[in-house]
Design a binder for this molecule. Sequence first.
Ligand code: ATP
Length: 326
Amino acid sequence: MPDAIMVEGLTKRYGDVTALDGVDLTVPEGTVLGLLGPNGAGKTTTVRILTTLLRPDAGHATVAGLDVVRDAHRLRARIGASGQYAAVDDHLTGAENLEMVGRLYHLGARRSRERARELLDRFDLADAADRPVRGWSGGMRRRLDLAGALVADPPVLFLDEPTTGLDPRARIALWDVIAELVREGTTVLLTTQYLEEADRLADRIAVVDRGRVIARGTAEELKDQVGGDRIELSVTSAASLEHAARALAPLALGEMQVDAVALRMTIPVTGGAAALTQALGHLAAERIAVRDAGLRRPTLDDVFLTLTGRQADERTADDKTEETVR
Ligand code: ATP
């Protein structure tokens, strides 16, 4: 399968800040690559370069066979982008927004109008089509934003944090829409801070941190890389949480995560159910009351924590957008 996106040694500096430090990526046609990383990892910078909005300092990249610098003009007609910085004009109706995008792509007035209606139908926005976007919910605006990226029917789509700030229901609805596009053959590069989102949508994942790709593979491969299982348990008081942490330390393969507010802890172990039985035995011997306990496979959250030493959701406050925008 030919590669729809090919990135080699991409480097970008902003003054003293090295935003990208030699990023390599390949995305085969018709697949989804999840670019996963915390704030400031370099995800948006990568997308901006691949969508021709920014020039790299070094390295090169092709999208749909076109060089992102040399063939920038031609490339623009072959890609769609939606996400953090995509433009939706609040004062226009949904239909007018999409028609405007059609005109920008030189589709002509009639075709732009038709295409707008097709997309509004498809994204379940037909009822709101003639209302100004400023009254729409966050989930509806995201769908419109995605529809805008599809006006010219691009073979390659860039989605920059497509569901950040959405409530869980709106997020799942958008995931369904994206999955359908991929089934139809669109290649997608998706950036996200949500491990669940990468797990759900991406065929392959590249974990980025501080401008570098620090791991890559399928979600399963990344989980296997971290290895073992996790015991999760919750207790009834802060004192027993500390007590339990001490009692179970000998079983832990790596660092335990302790949540003092939720009174929960996660312990990396090996040996599956036997390790859980052993842990419960230790806790019973110490007379520590357990509220609930279970065993699970590592999640991508665990992968991220193991690789970077930081939680994936360590975000800044200004990142948390509201679901409903008035
Ligand atoms: P986020 O999830 O916050 O969007 P990100 O992974 O997309 O994060 P980038 O926006 O690509 O990260 O930023 C990478 C680094 O480059 C960060 O350290 C950021 O502060 C810096 N940076 C990005 N844009 C600029 C700019 N215009 N001027 C200076 N520094 C910048």
